[in-house]
Design a protein around this ligand. Structure first.
Ligand SMILES: NC(=O)c1ccc[n+]([C@@H]2O[C@H](COP(=O)([O-])OP(=O)(O)OC[C@H]3O[C@@H](n4cnc5c(N)ncnc54)[C@H](OP(=O)(O)O)[C@@H]3O)[C@@H](O)[C@H]2O)c1
Length: 262
């Protein structure tokens, strides 16, 4: 068995939303290293260009705001003008909002729900034709939704819409997987724990303190995230459908429950 080939992505076309920085960039770097041609998309063109320049000629900037259905369709149209098929879509762009229950605003609900739940659905819908063209029985196309452990268990912060959005996306992953498997498109999700990024400033700026609460005693690294995404995107992950892989150093599944009376 050629196990190296199992994880290669040579010749595959990938699109990563929010690929300009953070978790999206970690995945982009991993995909490029495995031989894929990777489009990175986010609102800020300059940030996309910088990432594309850093990751080399197989990484291309494709900036769009995908917070609306029109934005999702514009990104899909732009990709369709360049490629006749899409092998891997990573729905990674996401937003969070924390505010006390009493004052939590409608804006903090809509912004998060739109980008974290609505956009993965409508972008995948807009790219359905390209994904169908990319996938076959022998080599299914992949849609990987970046969810969160906050969709699996509570964090101490008042991130109401974020919790709801990530839990919704984990379930939407299953529903879309059930529909798209017949088109040779496998839908899965990755639920990250703590990874250093602009969104997770605690992990980025106070990694040592955050690590103390994690069973593995460290935050996630670029390799942890890229490795899981490469597994799901490549031949190695072809038989994983509808599932969510938790990548969190044991927070969700290997933490000992505390007792309220100590
Ligand atoms: N870091 C963690 O610990 C962690 C844990 C669990 C889950 N996650 C999830 O991982 C994903 C990435 O998070 P991150 O930590 O890497 O956050 P990040 O550093 O804030 O990156 C977010 C990315 O999304 C892009 N983006 C934001 N709004 C957008 C829009 N309307 N249209 C298109 N792109 C947009 C941003 O670029 P622009 O500003 O240029 O648009 C950026 O590239 C999110 O879904 C997040 O919920 C992160």
């Amino acid at each position: 068995m050629d196990t190296n080939a199992l994880f290669r992505l040579d010749g595959r076309i990938a699109l990563i939303t929010g690929g300009s920085r953070g978790i999206g960039r970690m995945i982009a770097e991993g995909f490029v290293a495995q031989g894929a041609k990777v489009y990175v998309s986010s609102r800020k063109a300059e940030a996309c260009e910088e990432t594309a320049a850093a990751l080399g000629e197989n990484c291309i900037a494709l900036p769009h705001d995908i917070s609306t259905v029109a934005g999702c369709r514009a990104l899909a149209d732009d990709l369709a003008a360049r490629e006749s098929g899409l092998d891997i879509l990573v729905n990674n762009a996401g937003a969070a909002w924390g505010e006390p229950f009493e004052t939590f605003p409608e804006k903090g609900w809509d912004k998060v729900m739109d980008l974290n739940v609505k956009s993965p659905f409508f972008l995948t819908q807009a790219l359905h034709g390209l994904l169908k063209a990319g996938g076959s029985a022998d080599r299914p196309a992949k849609v990987i939704n970046i969810t969160s452990i906050d969709g699996q268990r509570l964090n101490p912060w008042e991130t109401y819409s974020y919790h709801a959005s990530k839990s919704a996306l984990i379930y939407l992953t299953k529903r879309m997987a059930a529909r798209l498997v017949r088109d040779h498109i496998n839908v899965t999700s990755i639920a990250p724990g703590a990874f250093a990024s602009d969104m997770n400033k605690a992990a980025r700026d106070h990694g040592d303190a955050v690590s103390k609460a994690i069973p593995a005693r460290r935050i996630g690294t670029d390799e942890d995230m890229a490795g899981t995404a490469i597994y799901l995107a490549s031949r190695a992950g072809d038989y994983v459908i509808g599932d969510t892989i938790t990548v969190d150093g044991g927070l969700v599944n290997a933490s000992l429950g505390g007792s309220i009376d100590g």
